[in-house]
Design a protein around this ligand. Sequence first.
Ligand SMILES: *[C@@H]1O[C@H](CO)[C@@H](O)[C@H](O)[C@H]1NC(C)=O
Length: 260
Amino acid sequence: MARLAASIALLAAVALAAAPGAAARPLEAWLDRQRCPPPGFDALQDFNVTQYIAQRWFVQKQEPLVYQPADRLFCVFAEYQPLREDPLDGLLVNNYANEGAVNGPVVGTSEVADGPLTTATIPNKRRPSKLRVAISLGGGESFRPIQLGRGGDYWVVAAGQSVDPADRSGNLYDWAIVTGGRPNRRSNGACATGSPFGLVRRFQTNNVGLWLFTRKPIDPVNTQLMMGKLAELGLDPSGLLDVQQQGCTYACGPGSGQCN
Ligand SMILES: *[C@@H]1O[C@H](CO)[C@@H](O)[C@H](O)[C@H]1NC(C)=O
Protein backbone atom coordinates (compact mmCIF):
# COMPACT_ATOMS: atom_id res chain seq x y z
CA MET A 1 0.00 0.00 0.00
CA ALA A 2 2.75 2.40 0.96
CA ARG A 3 4.55 1.35 -2.18
CA LEU A 4 1.48 2.12 -4.31
CA ALA A 5 1.13 5.52 -2.66
CA ALA A 6 4.81 6.18 -3.36
CA SER A 7 4.34 5.19 -7.02
CA ILE A 8 1.38 7.53 -7.35
CA ALA A 9 3.37 10.31 -5.73
CA LEU A 10 6.22 9.64 -8.14
CA LEU A 11 3.86 9.66 -11.15
CA ALA A 12 2.39 12.93 -9.96
CA ALA A 13 5.90 14.27 -9.55
CA VAL A 14 6.87 13.16 -13.06
CA ALA A 15 3.69 14.75 -14.46
CA LEU A 16 4.58 17.96 -12.65
CA ALA A 17 8.09 17.81 -14.04
CA ALA A 18 6.67 17.62 -17.54
CA ALA A 19 4.65 20.74 -16.89
CA PRO A 20 6.66 23.84 -17.65
CA GLY A 21 7.18 26.58 -15.12
CA ALA A 22 7.75 27.04 -11.44
CA ALA A 23 6.04 23.84 -10.32
CA ALA A 24 8.94 21.81 -11.74
CA ARG A 25 11.55 23.48 -9.61
CA PRO A 26 10.77 21.87 -6.23
CA LEU A 27 10.71 18.54 -8.02
CA GLU A 28 14.12 19.16 -9.56
CA ALA A 29 15.43 20.09 -6.15
CA TRP A 30 13.92 16.92 -4.73
CA LEU A 31 15.42 14.78 -7.50
CA ASP A 32 18.80 16.45 -6.96
CA ARG A 33 18.68 15.46 -3.32
CA GLN A 34 18.29 11.80 -4.35
CA ARG A 35 21.42 11.86 -6.52
CA CYS A 36 24.82 10.49 -5.50
CA PRO A 37 27.28 12.07 -5.61
CA PRO A 38 25.29 15.21 -4.83
CA PRO A 39 25.24 17.58 -7.83
CA GLY A 40 28.38 19.72 -7.78
CA PHE A 41 30.17 17.48 -5.31
CA ASP A 42 33.93 17.64 -5.86
CA ALA A 43 37.28 17.82 -4.12
CA LEU A 44 38.52 21.34 -3.27
CA GLN A 45 39.27 23.56 -6.27
CA ASP A 46 41.64 25.77 -4.35
CA PHE A 47 44.08 23.67 -2.37
CA ASN A 48 47.67 24.04 -1.22
CA VAL A 49 49.20 20.61 -0.66
CA THR A 50 52.36 22.11 0.89
CA GLN A 51 50.25 23.65 3.64
CA TYR A 52 48.16 20.50 3.96
CA ILE A 53 51.15 18.24 4.64
CA ALA A 54 53.07 20.73 6.81
CA GLN A 55 51.79 19.23 10.08
CA ARG A 56 50.47 15.98 11.43
CA TRP A 57 46.73 15.22 11.09
CA PHE A 58 44.90 13.61 13.99
CA VAL A 59 41.78 11.62 13.15
CA GLN A 60 38.71 12.55 15.21
CA LYS A 61 36.18 10.31 13.47
CA GLN A 62 36.33 7.87 10.60
CA GLU A 63 34.58 4.96 8.98
CA PRO A 64 36.14 1.62 9.89
CA LEU A 65 37.88 -0.11 6.98
CA VAL A 66 39.56 -3.45 6.33
CA TYR A 67 42.96 -1.93 7.03
CA GLN A 68 41.68 0.40 9.80
CA PRO A 69 39.10 -1.70 11.69
CA ALA A 70 37.25 -0.50 14.80
CA ASP A 71 39.79 -2.12 17.16
CA ARG A 72 42.55 0.03 15.66
CA LEU A 73 40.84 3.39 16.09
CA PHE A 74 43.06 4.49 18.96
CA CYS A 75 45.47 7.42 18.72
CA VAL A 76 45.20 7.54 14.93
CA PHE A 77 47.21 10.10 13.02
CA ALA A 78 48.46 10.59 9.47
CA GLU A 79 51.61 12.31 8.26
CA TYR A 80 52.77 12.98 4.74
CA GLN A 81 56.31 13.66 3.58
CA PRO A 82 57.29 14.72 0.06
CA LEU A 83 59.20 11.96 -1.75
CA ARG A 84 61.01 14.63 -3.75
CA GLU A 85 61.38 18.33 -3.25
CA ASP A 86 57.99 19.10 -4.75
CA PRO A 87 55.06 17.49 -2.91
CA LEU A 88 53.21 17.36 -6.24
CA ASP A 89 55.70 14.64 -7.24
CA GLY A 90 54.39 12.28 -4.59
CA LEU A 91 54.20 11.72 -0.86
CA LEU A 92 55.18 9.10 1.64
CA VAL A 93 52.13 8.22 3.73
CA ASN A 94 52.68 7.51 7.40
CA ASN A 95 49.60 6.19 9.15
CA TYR A 96 49.81 5.54 12.86
CA ALA A 97 47.37 3.79 15.19
CA ASN A 98 47.29 1.72 18.35
CA GLU A 99 45.57 -1.63 18.37
CA GLY A 100 43.10 -2.62 21.08
CA ALA A 101 43.65 0.32 23.42
CA VAL A 102 45.08 3.80 23.82
CA ASN A 103 48.89 3.33 23.70
CA GLY A 104 48.43 -0.32 22.70
CA PRO A 105 50.68 -1.96 20.07
CA VAL A 106 51.61 0.40 17.22
CA VAL A 107 50.19 -0.46 13.82
CA GLY A 108 50.21 1.47 10.57
CA THR A 109 52.16 2.05 7.42
CA SER A 110 55.52 3.20 6.15
CA GLU A 111 57.84 4.86 8.64
CA VAL A 112 55.86 5.28 11.85
CA ALA A 113 55.08 1.59 12.13
CA ASP A 114 56.50 -1.57 10.67
CA GLY A 115 53.73 -1.61 8.07
CA PRO A 116 53.70 -1.63 4.28
CA LEU A 117 55.26 1.25 2.37
CA THR A 118 52.39 3.49 1.33
CA THR A 119 52.54 6.46 -0.99
CA ALA A 120 50.24 9.09 -2.42
CA THR A 121 50.42 10.47 -5.93
CA ILE A 122 48.74 13.48 -7.47
CA PRO A 123 47.61 12.32 -10.93
CA ASN A 124 46.52 15.82 -12.02
CA LYS A 125 48.91 18.48 -10.74
CA ARG A 126 46.30 21.17 -11.24
CA ARG A 127 44.00 19.35 -8.82
CA PRO A 128 46.23 18.47 -5.87
CA SER A 129 43.17 17.92 -3.62
CA LYS A 130 42.65 14.63 -5.50
CA LEU A 131 45.28 12.19 -4.34
CA ARG A 132 45.67 8.51 -4.96
CA VAL A 133 47.01 6.28 -2.20
CA ALA A 134 48.48 2.82 -2.68
CA ILE A 135 50.75 0.22 -1.16
CA SER A 136 54.07 0.69 -2.89
CA LEU A 137 57.33 -1.05 -3.65
CA GLY A 138 60.89 0.10 -3.55
CA GLY A 139 62.04 3.64 -3.12
CA GLY A 140 65.78 4.03 -3.04
CA GLU A 141 68.17 6.92 -3.51
CA SER A 142 67.62 7.17 -7.21
CA PHE A 143 64.09 5.95 -7.83
CA ARG A 144 60.66 6.64 -6.53
CA PRO A 145 58.49 3.98 -4.89
CA ILE A 146 56.21 2.28 -7.39
CA GLN A 147 52.53 2.12 -6.49
CA LEU A 148 50.98 -1.32 -6.78
CA GLY A 149 47.80 -1.02 -8.79
CA ARG A 150 45.67 2.02 -9.34
CA GLY A 151 45.37 2.78 -5.64
CA GLY A 152 42.47 4.41 -3.88
CA ASP A 153 41.08 7.89 -4.30
CA TYR A 154 41.76 10.30 -1.44
CA TRP A 155 39.87 13.53 -1.90
CA VAL A 156 40.13 16.57 0.36
CA VAL A 157 36.55 17.80 0.03
CA ALA A 158 36.59 20.51 2.70
CA ALA A 159 39.29 22.15 4.82
CA GLY A 160 39.74 25.38 6.67
CA GLN A 161 40.93 27.31 9.66
CA SER A 162 39.74 26.79 13.19
CA VAL A 163 36.42 28.33 14.18
CA ASP A 164 38.13 29.80 17.20
CA PRO A 165 40.66 32.46 16.07
CA ALA A 166 42.67 31.92 19.28
CA ASP A 167 43.03 28.30 18.22
CA ARG A 168 44.52 28.75 14.76
CA SER A 169 47.80 27.02 14.04
CA GLY A 170 48.97 29.54 11.47
CA ASN A 171 48.48 26.93 8.76
CA LEU A 172 45.73 27.39 6.14
CA TYR A 173 44.12 24.20 7.39
CA ASP A 174 43.25 23.38 11.00
CA TRP A 175 40.69 20.77 9.97
CA ALA A 176 39.97 18.71 6.86
CA ILE A 177 37.35 16.28 5.57
CA VAL A 178 38.67 13.49 3.36
CA THR A 179 36.62 10.99 1.34
CA GLY A 180 37.69 7.85 -0.50
CA GLY A 181 36.78 9.63 -3.73
CA ARG A 182 33.31 10.09 -5.14
CA PRO A 183 30.40 9.23 -2.78
CA ASN A 184 28.37 7.25 -5.32
CA ARG A 185 26.31 5.27 -2.83
CA ARG A 186 22.94 6.36 -1.45
CA SER A 187 22.93 5.94 2.33
CA ASN A 188 20.43 7.15 4.96
CA GLY A 189 19.08 9.87 2.72
CA ALA A 190 22.58 11.15 1.93
CA CYS A 191 25.66 9.87 0.04
CA ALA A 192 28.60 7.69 1.03
CA THR A 193 31.62 6.12 -0.62
CA GLY A 194 32.09 2.46 -1.41
CA SER A 195 30.20 -0.30 -3.15
CA PRO A 196 26.40 -0.42 -2.73
CA PHE A 197 26.85 -4.07 -1.77
CA GLY A 198 27.56 -4.36 1.95
CA LEU A 199 29.56 -7.55 1.65
CA VAL A 200 31.77 -6.12 -1.11
CA ARG A 201 32.21 -2.92 0.88
CA ARG A 202 33.31 -4.81 3.96
CA PHE A 203 36.41 -6.04 2.14
CA GLN A 204 36.90 -2.98 -0.05
CA THR A 205 40.27 -1.25 0.34
CA ASN A 206 40.03 1.44 -2.33
CA ASN A 207 37.57 4.25 -3.04
CA VAL A 208 35.89 3.90 0.30
CA GLY A 209 36.12 5.78 3.60
CA LEU A 210 35.45 9.08 5.31
CA TRP A 211 37.82 10.86 7.69
CA LEU A 212 37.57 13.95 9.89
CA PHE A 213 41.05 15.40 10.54
CA THR A 214 42.25 18.08 12.95
CA ARG A 215 45.67 19.45 13.76
CA LYS A 216 45.06 19.22 17.50
CA PRO A 217 44.88 15.69 18.95
CA ILE A 218 41.61 16.57 20.70
CA ASP A 219 39.39 19.11 18.98
CA PRO A 220 35.66 18.87 19.68
CA VAL A 221 34.96 22.38 18.33
CA ASN A 222 36.28 21.76 14.83
CA THR A 223 34.87 18.22 14.85
CA GLN A 224 31.43 19.74 15.42
CA LEU A 225 32.08 22.21 12.60
CA MET A 226 32.96 19.32 10.27
CA MET A 227 29.78 17.42 11.20
CA GLY A 228 27.84 20.47 10.00
CA LYS A 229 29.91 20.53 6.78
CA LEU A 230 29.08 16.87 6.13
CA ALA A 231 25.39 17.76 6.14
CA GLU A 232 26.03 20.67 3.74
CA LEU A 233 28.02 18.39 1.44
CA GLY A 234 25.29 15.72 1.46
CA LEU A 235 27.54 13.11 3.09
CA ASP A 236 26.15 10.47 5.43
CA PRO A 237 27.84 10.68 8.87
CA SER A 238 26.22 7.51 10.22
CA GLY A 239 29.19 5.24 9.47
CA LEU A 240 31.64 7.37 11.46
CA LEU A 241 33.20 6.03 14.64
CA ASP A 242 34.97 8.13 17.25
CA VAL A 243 38.74 7.80 17.39
CA GLN A 244 40.17 7.87 20.91
CA GLN A 245 42.89 10.49 21.33
CA GLN A 246 42.64 11.08 25.08
CA GLY A 247 45.79 9.94 26.90
CA CYS A 248 47.73 9.03 23.75
CA THR A 249 51.52 9.21 23.91
CA TYR A 250 52.05 8.49 20.17
CA ALA A 251 55.01 6.23 20.80
CA CYS A 252 56.95 5.25 17.74
CA GLY A 253 57.20 2.03 15.88
CA PRO A 254 60.40 0.74 14.31
CA GLY A 255 62.35 2.88 11.90
CA SER A 256 60.69 6.16 12.66
CA GLY A 257 62.33 9.50 12.90
CA GLN A 258 58.99 11.27 12.77
CA CYS A 259 57.18 10.41 15.97
CA ASN A 260 56.45 12.41 19.14
C1 LIG B 1 51.40 27.09 -0.76
O1 LIG B 1 51.94 27.30 0.51
C2 LIG B 1 53.36 27.39 0.48
C3 LIG B 1 53.90 27.28 1.88
O2 LIG B 1 53.20 28.09 2.78
C4 LIG B 1 53.73 28.66 -0.26
O3 LIG B 1 55.13 28.81 -0.26
C5 LIG B 1 53.20 28.54 -1.68
O4 LIG B 1 53.43 29.73 -2.37
C6 LIG B 1 51.70 28.21 -1.70
N1 LIG B 1 51.37 27.83 -3.05
C7 LIG B 1 50.38 28.38 -3.71
C8 LIG B 1 50.13 27.84 -5.07
O5 LIG B 1 49.66 29.22 -3.22
